[in-house]
Write a protein that binds this ligand. Structure first.
Ligand code: BES
Ligand code: ZN
Ligand code: ZN
Length: 494
């Protein structure tokens, strides 16, 4: 799909207007509308059929061949305007266009008092691309249906043009990274397994010019990464450890390491999961996918920052060769863990990656993992669970979360919880009992971090969606890419 910006409305199948409820702004928008579309607009307003309320929309047909359809989308009160409301309204307009089976849309940016032209452009363009995403690679028919090919934007004022154009480019890049993550997460387990996940990262690095190094089973074994070896033992598909590096020349300004859980399928292993909804465990590599998608976006943005990506990748299967409850594993840093439940596998492979991260002398390490069902119980699908050892980094991530609306919510890592993962036979046990499962998982990871600022993001609820949202469809959400990219843009080493 092509996104363009023009101060003069480009003729299309549908012209969309985003209109606030407030009297003055409403009158302004309507004036604009009436000058552009004298034939269409008058009656709806005369009859009070549209007042700009949030969620309201009206489709009008005109006899103007250049703009045969006009869509009015209500934005609510200007005072209560948020960028997220604009994302949702834009997504609604894009989906309306898809339902109408048209090929082009002209979107008129709203007249609002909040948000720069750039922010508005980022939000509108990412919302269009993300809301029209469908994982339809494996569906044989449905391919010939009309798709929206062109969307052109008209900035609120002509002087916004440059800024708006810059914003559209950024929005496109953020959507591209997010869609890459969604595609990886939604891909079935017979297509994405450790070897092919690594190939995907390598292909991306090759295309965008960053380095990717992949360790195979032999190398992982020789390094003493017992967690990765242990979890992968039951599978025919060998593990991989993927290392990505971007922007080495910016090392002076600090190094950020991103770690992603790359379990390409989680059956639970010998502690096997119930059959119902096991299929969604093909998305247990969403953390890894988010790290790859973030590299996609930051490399395209040419961000001036040194970023390392670490992905331990395994398939967790039950078999005669699988690891078992009661096994004791020795991790990369020499610490041991007792396996009480083979379904708590994510933390075992992350332990190796987190201790491996130390060698980069990172300023910040952020891990993303679909780690626990418990975080879904606590926060549902609307917030990522966040834990860590540095309030400053967590505050920054919270701000990035508000801005991108990939929101995070902090959970405490109080010392009291540590007792729950005490083992009688090893340094730590991989499960912590019934209560506070997301926190005890976080505590397990904390045992393996080095001398760096660390934040753990449990994305089990936000990465795998049960149903469609405004600009996200059921399945892999691609969460993490916009959050981390925004964080990396804003973050200053202190
Ligand atoms: N991959 C799962 C966590 C998960 C659950 C992700 C639901 C997405 C949706 C993880 O490996 C797991 O199975 N965790 C166990 C841990 C337990 C055995 C301590 C869980 O949460 O039940
Ligand atoms: Zn599991
Ligand atoms: Zn898992």
């Amino acid at each position: 799909m092509k996104l363009t910006v023009s101060t003069k409305p480009i003729p299309s199948d549908l012209a969309a207007f985003f209109i606030c409820q407030d009297e003055q702004l409403f009158t302004m928008s309507i004036k604009k509308l009436k000058t552009n579309f004298p034939a269409a607009a008058v009656d709806v307003f005369a009859n009070n059929e549209f007042s700009g309320k949030e969620g309201e929309s009206v489709l009008l047909y005109t006899n103007d061949k250049k703009f045969p359809r006009v869509l009015l989308v209500g934005m609510g009160e200007n005072e209560k305007f948020t960028i997220e409301k604009l994302r949702r309204a834009t997504a609604a307009a894009a989906k309306k266009g898809r339902a109408l089976k048209i090929e082009s849309i002209t979107m008129h940016a709203p007249d609002v008092n909040k948000g720069s032209a750039k922010e508005i452009a980022v939000a509108m363009s990412e919302a269009i691309l993300l809301s029209l995403y469908k994982f339809d690679k494996y569906i044989s028919d449905d391919k010939n249906g009309k798709k929206i090919k062109n969307v052109s934007f008209v900035p609120a004022t002509p002087s916004d043009l440059k800024e708006f154009q810059q914003g559209v480019i950024i929005g496109e890049i953020l959507a591209e990274g997010t869609i890459h993550t969604r595609d990886l997460a939604n891909a079935p387990g017979n297509e994405i397994y450790p070897e092919t996940l690594a190939k995907d990262a390598q292909a991306l690095g090759h295309r965008l010019g960053f380095s990717v190094n992949v360790f195979d089973k032999k190398k992982i074994q020789s390094l003493g990464m017992g967690g990765i070896i242990g979890v992968s033992k039951g599978s025919e598909n060998d593990p991989r450890f993927i290392i990505m590096e971007y922007g080495k020349q910016f090392k002076k300004q600090g190094t950020v390491v991103l770690v992603g859980k790359g379990v390409t399928f989680d059956t639970g292993g010998i502690s096997i999961k119930p059959a119902a909804s096991m299929a969604e465990m093909k998305m247990d590599m969403s953390g890894a996918a988010a790290v790859i998608g973030t590299f996609h976006s930051i490399a395209k943005l040419k961000l001036k920052r040194h970023v390392i990506g670490l992905i331990p990748s395994v398939e967790n299967m039950p078999s005669g060769t699988a690891f078992k409850p009661g096994d004791i594993i020795r991790h990369y840093n020499g610490k041991t863990s007792e396996v009480d439940n083979t379904d708590a596998e994510g933390r075992l492979i992350l332990a190796d990656a987190l201790s491996y991260a130390s060698q980069y002398k990172p300023d910040v390490v952020i891990d993303l993992a679909t780690l626990t069902g418990a975080v879904v119980v606590a926060l549902g699908q609307h917030a990522t669970g966040m834990m860590g050892n540095d309030q400053g980094v967590m505050d920054a991530l919270r701000d990035s979360g508000e801005k991108t609306y990939e929101r995070v919510w902090q959970l405490p890592l109080f010392d009291e919880y540590e007792k729950q993962i005490k083992s009688d036979v090893a340094d730590v046990k991989n499960v912590g009992g019934r209560w506070a499962g997301a926190i005890t998982a976080g505590w397990f990871l904390k045992k393996f971090i080095g001398d760096y600022k660390w934040v753990h993001l449990d994305i089990a609820g936000t990465a795998i969606l049960e149903s469609d949202k405004e600009y996200t469809s059921k399945g892999g959400s691609g969460v993490g890419v916009r959050l981390l990219t925004e964080f990396l843009i804003q973050w200053k080493n202190s």
